[in-house]
Design a protein around this ligand. Structure first.
Ligand code: B12
Ligand code: SF4
Length: 477
């Protein structure tokens, strides 16, 4: 590229819509997707900068100033559905302050709706579909040589009035080839885990695989990775971990894989390596991919926290949403975690399409029965790229324009079901949260922790208010 300050500016949209009170307890993780892209661009001698406007809590005038200051030739913006409106605003600002800048959008939202996005939004020049490390590298190379984007696989772009899809890009089969995420471009000290996990700083996240072979109807992973799981080797992952320990003094790692525990042999290898480092770590898992031998190894190597997607207390609903787990497997996983003193968080959902009020009651009862340390209870938001979205669109259940989802809509569901009104869904959500979190057993457990651990006390004090706001606020639709 010709001389200039930087070639590519990668941005994470800010959080303008999110309830500010709720930010306190929410996790804010490093944006690994764009950090991977940045690393590959840098390896190929391009000048790159990342602005994570989310973690820096930036407002529009600051973002405008930053883009003007950097004068990038290309702006790349990442997107989930919840942050897409902000991603668009970034594109508009970029076009306003840097004439001729090209804007490429990537991430799950743009991936799921590329044509719709380009048809609706002239401020976006191209969309990178799915895994885009090499798509972005090739796009930057093409633009720097003044070439068209038509030979870059995995892109959708505007050519005059036409929207052109290039050839699909095959998945990367050897992830060990990728340089590690460019953490040196991120404000690492600002990221933090959820208040629902034990916390140690410095903290970072690591992704050891991409994709998930399962087929849950509410999940957008398959839109991104097409149900193909590609795993890094244990040695490659451990190299990255040793690097973050050496460079940033990291003491806690969260593995952000869809299902970190899916391959027991690799899991054991990772645990053996982790055991040599004095780290605390946590991950997401599936209740049917965990057994006693694995959990024992995990605990011994520093695992302090596990999150399980249990989703429902109704076997009928588990089948309906293609979760492919049983209630018994959920009971067993939580029992094992408790036995080895690993904290647990379980994720549940209500408002599933086809669910009845009785099913929801069963879910609330099951949350209490399992008695994990924390629960996350959500009302289904059918995200683009999921089967739930297709069904909700077809049946007219979506009550919010897809670009107006903000996160998380506990008090303002984006769907209405024929048998359960939105008001009823909100009431069930509130009931579930109150019945779980205001149980004497939970309250006592928290108090006991807070009295014996200063960090837990600080966490409790920080999160009580956001919890009460979340549960008791009466936001009208
Ligand atoms: C870790 C994670 C989080 C972390 C934050 C991650 C972060 N900072 O990036 C936390 C826990 C905070 C989080 C929160 C939420 N998440 Co989340 N999260 C994930 C998860 C498990 C992994 C993301 C990740 O790191 N991937 C690894 C990297 C390598 O992949 P990537 O980010 O997708 O990037 C690649 C491509 O997308 C592309 N790309 C990405 N950005 C860009 C930009 C450009 C310019 C280009 C060219 C390409 C490109 O190239 C990258 C490299 O190949 C995904 C599931 C998944 N498997 O993808 C869900 C997922 C993204 N989350 C999801 C959801 C719903 C949420 C929440 C709304 C949950 C909630 N109710 O609060 C919030 C919203 C947060 C927000 N601000 O948007 C959904 C999104 C669905 C949708 N259509 O939006 C997903 C897909 C989960 C799912 N299974 O459905 N999440
Ligand atoms: S919800 Fe979890 S197990 Fe189901 S498809 Fe998504 S990532 Fe895989």
């Amino acid at each position: 590229m010709e001389e200039g300050k930087i070639d590519v500016l990668l941005l994470v949209p800010p959080c303008i819509e999110l309830y500010r009170d709720m930010r306190e307890g929410s996790p804010i993780y490093p944006p690994l997707g764009i950090a991977y892209i940045a690393a590959l661009l840098e390896k190929n001698k391009f000048k790159v900068k990342i602005i994570d406007a989310f973690v820096l809590n930036m407002q529009w005038p600051q973002i405008e100033e930053a883009i003007r200051e950097e004068k990038p030739k290309l702006v790349g913006v990442t997107s989930t559905t919840s942050t897409f409106r902000e991603a668009l605003q970034i594109a508009r600002i970029a076009k306003k302050v840097v004439p001729n800048v090209k804007v490429i959008a990537g991430g799950v939202h743009a991936t799921a709706l590329p044509k719709f996005t380009l048809e609706r939004h002239p401020e976006i020049d191209a969309v990178a579909i799915g895994e885009s490390d090499f798509t972005m590298l090739e796009a930057v190379k093409a633009l720097s040589r003044g070439k068209s984007l038509e030979d870059v696989k995995g892109l959708v772009f505007r050519q005059g009035k036409k929207i052109v899809f290039t050839e699909p890009r095959p998945r990367i089969t050897d992830l060990d080839r990728l340089p590690f995420p460019a953490r040196h471009l991120l404000p690492n000290e600002k990221y933090r885990p959820s208040s629902k996990t034990p916390i140690k700083f410095p903290f970072t996240t690591v992704m050891t695989s991409r994709g998930c072979p399962n087929d849950c109807v509410f999940c957008a992973s398959k839109a991104m990775w097409g149900r193909t799981l590609v795993q890094r080797s244990a040695e490659n992952v451990l190299q990255e971990i040793r690097q973050v320990v050496k460079n940033y003094g990291v003491k806690q790692i969260i593995f952000t894989d869809d299902t970190f525990t899916i391959n027991k042999q690799r899991l054991i290898q990772l645990c053996d390596g982790l055991a040599e480092l004095d780290l605390m770590w946590g991950c997401s898992s599936r209740v049917n991919t965990i057994d006693e031998e694995a959990i024992k190894k995990m605990k011994e190597s520093g695992c302090a926290w596990l999150e399980f997607g249990v989703e429902s207390g109704s076997s009928r609903v588990l089948k309906l949403i293609k979760k492919n787990i049983t209630l018994e497997q959920a009971r067993n996983a939580i029992r094992l975690a408790k036995k080895y003193k690993v904290q647990t968080s379980t994720a549940f959902m209500i408002g599933n399409i086809g669910e009845t009020k009785e099913d929801i009651e069963k879910t609330i009862a099951f949350m209490k029965e399992l008695d994990s340390d924390y629960v996350q209870l959500s009302i289904l938001s059918p995200y683009p790229g999921t089967e739930s979205y297709e069904i909700a669109m077809k049946k007219g259940y979506l009550k919010t324009d897809v670009e107006s989802y903000t996160q998380p809509k506990y008090t303002d569901p984006v769907i209405a079901l024929p048998n359960i009104t939105r008001e009823e869904l909100k009431a069930y959500w509130k009931k579930g949260m109150i019945q779980f979190y205001l149980r004497p057993r939970f309250v006592l457990r928290m108090l006991k922790r807070a009295l014996t651990d200063k960090e837990e006390l600080k966490k409790l004090l920080r999160t009580v208010k956001p919890f009460l706001v979340m549960v008791f606020s009466e936001k009208k639709n």
